[in-house]
Design a protein around this ligand. Structure first.
Ligand code: GUN
Ligand code: ZN
Length: 446
């Protein structure tokens, strides 16, 4: 006679989310967007042990559900994969909406003084908690997050993310020059602190580490080389930095690194341009840079609310995605230069930036960028970004009629595309009814 442990005889709890499911089966930038969309009008997402086990029409799924399955019905709402924010600074949350400057002056005047406060672990913990709560209120379940130069800022962030069980990528900012003395590390000190944080956090539960040189002007060549040495240890590590955001910054990099062909080449020379590298902005890049990114498998983070706020310029999304040599692209809020943590607001501005560069961003393409495309940019598309059996159950429930104006607008929606478009142009955190992380409810609006 075989024996089973008593708990093994209990069926694991089954959670079923019922509603209008929107996800992707293909890349809508390389096929007809409507062919890329998977839409179930009355769908069911069956979740067990933090993972999706079934996606289908509710009528088809219902007969096979265990009798004790818990069904949560969201009539008139959309069930989507959680949003992915590929570029954001949690310590800058308190200084969002800082008036008047472009990038370099904005850093000096607002950003560096704010980041100085993160030497205090109690303050860091408080802001990390508020930041993650805000992300979940916006339906964002994964982000690539800059901390500050202080290792304790990383510790605070990962500790809070681990408590919630969100899949997060984060790292200690490396900055050994051109910054206030209390925000500077050294090449060797930054290496040692990063290595200790990697050993402690990378791959612990759902937490992952990104080696994080702030940008070329604040790192010596020696520091960039040591960042490359950290990455050379481990293919699964991420790298995040900024690239060619602002013209004065690009000119500064030219004078600091006169031997390099381009800004991107500064990073490539140090071994930083590779799969799982995330380059924020990439506005002022040329064709050769985009070709290098295509071959390297790195990602660009398009941060439209930030680029408009700082007057940085227009990211050429459709150039980056050119099917001749597509570059991976995700969407970033870039708080505190960005003006909202809501990826719906990022899509609103991405649409306008595309219009300004002569392109139409189709709503299906837009939602793909904020979910499946972001996951692909991060090489995490086997785990997150779509709703399908085996994927981790990070989901958001979107209410397209969250305000009286939206309720009026949806009355004239005659297609799923139009519904998504009204949501991305008019929506924000109020549109997020609920957020689930690894199958667990972590935010409920009402
Ligand atoms: N370039 C270097 N640091 C930063 C930053 O904190 N925000 C933005 N938007 N650009 C940067
Ligand atoms: Zn940034």
């Amino acid at each position: 006679m075989t024996q089973t442990h008593p708990t093994e005889t209990l069926p694991p709890e089954t959670l079923v989310l019922r509603g209008r499911v929107v996800t992707f089966r293909d890349n809508p930038f390389t096929c007809d967007p409507l062919d890329a969309l998977h839409h179930e009008e009355d769908g069911a997402v069956v979740i067990r042990d933090g993972r999706i086990v079934t996606l289908g029409a509710y009528v088809d799924v219902h007969p096979d559900l265990p009798s004790d399955a818990r069904v949560v019905h969201y009539p008139d709402s959309l069930i989507s994969a959680g949003f992915i924010d590929t570029h954001v600074h949690y310590p800058q949350l308190p200084m969002i909406a800082a008036y008047g400057e472009q990038l370099l002056e904005w850093l000096e005047r607002y950003t560096f003084p704010t980041e100085s406060r993160f030497c205090d672990p109690v303050y860091a913990q408080d802001i990390a908690r508020r930041f993650l709560a805000e992300l979940l209120r916006c339906g964002t379940t994964t982000a690539a997050v800059f901390c500050t130069v202080h290792p304790q800022s990383v510790e605070a962030f990962f500790r809070e993310s681990e408590r919630i069980d969100t899949l997060m990528i984060a790292g200690k900012v490396l900055m050994d020059r051109n910054a206030p003395p209390d925000l500077r590390d050294t090449a060797q000190g930054g290496y040692d602190d990063s290595l200790a944080l990697i050993r402690r956090w990378h791959g612990r539960g759902r937490q992952m580490y990104a080696v994080t040189p702030r940008f070329a002007p604040t790192s010596s060549e020696g520091q960039l080389e040591l960042a490359g040495a950290l990455l050379a240890h481990d293919d699964t590590l991420f790298m995040q930095t900024h690239l060619a955001e602002n013209l004065a910054e690009v000119e500064w990099v030219r004078t600091l690194f006169p031997a390099r062909r381009s800004y991107l080449d500064v990073y490539a020379h140090a071994g930083l341009v590779r799969p799982r590298a995330i380059l924020g902005h990439a506005i002022h890049v040329d064709e050769q840079d985009l070709t290098t990114c295509h071959h390297a498998g790195c990602a660009l983070a398009h941060c439209p609310t930030s680029n408009l706020f700082l007057g940085s310029g227009s990211f050429r999304l459709f150039d980056a995605l050119d099917p001749k040599r597509p570059v991976r692209v995700g969407l970033g809020t870039d708080i505190g230069a960005g003006t909202s943590l809501s990826q719906l607001q990022s899509l609103n501005e991405a649409y306008k930036v595309a219009q300004g560069t002569g392109h139409r961003l189709h709503p299906v393409q837009a939602f793909w960028l904020a979910t499946a495309g972001g996951a692909r940019a991060l090489h995490l598309d086997h785990r997150i970004g779509t709703i399908a059996p085996g994927m981790e159950a990070d989901l958001c429930i979107l209410d397209p009629a969250a305000t009286p104006l939206q309720a009026l607008r949806v009355q004239s929606c005659d297609s799923i595309s139009d519904l998504l478009f009204s949501l991305m142009m008019l929506g924000d955190n109020r549109s997020v009814r609920a957020t689930y992380v690894a199958g667990r409810l972590v935010h409920e609006r009402d």
